[in-house]
Design a protein around this ligand. Sequence first.
Ligand SMILES: [Fe+2]
Ligand SMILES: [Fe+2]
Length: 155
Amino acid sequence: MPIAEKSKVTRKQLIDGLNDDLSREYQAIISYVNYSQVLKGAAYMNIADELAVHAKEELTHALKIDNHVDYLGGMPSVTPKSVKTSDKAEDMLKFDLANEKETIRQYRRRVRQADELNEFAIAESLRGILVEEQDHLIALATALGVDPPDAGIAD
Ligand SMILES: [Fe+2]
Ligand SMILES: [Fe+2]
């Protein structure tokens, strides 16, 4: 094997990565529940309704990721990543956009890791979640009047 070849991902690394993803899902649930209710201004009412839909989708993601961590033999995280607050609608949408970008970046890596460990069912599940995260990213970018940013892929 060439020396330059990247070392193989371990099951432990996949569990740790998924637990980090789970903490991001909890963060997303809390921020979408909060922002969907406190967002003010006629211009933002459509997106406020959309954020309430996102909140429910993030809960579905959390349940799936929790299930994967448990199946892999890990203890699922119960800790959300921190949630920022603001009284400005634009700030809230920007926080969400940045979080969705990071979430996509991480799930892209997680799909690769799951594939590498032959955990194809988990990879398939993560791909389904990724489709919805990209929809979230697009909805937020559209509401902010910007192009959806390229999330790239985590190291
Ligand atoms: Fe999610
Ligand atoms: Fe999302």
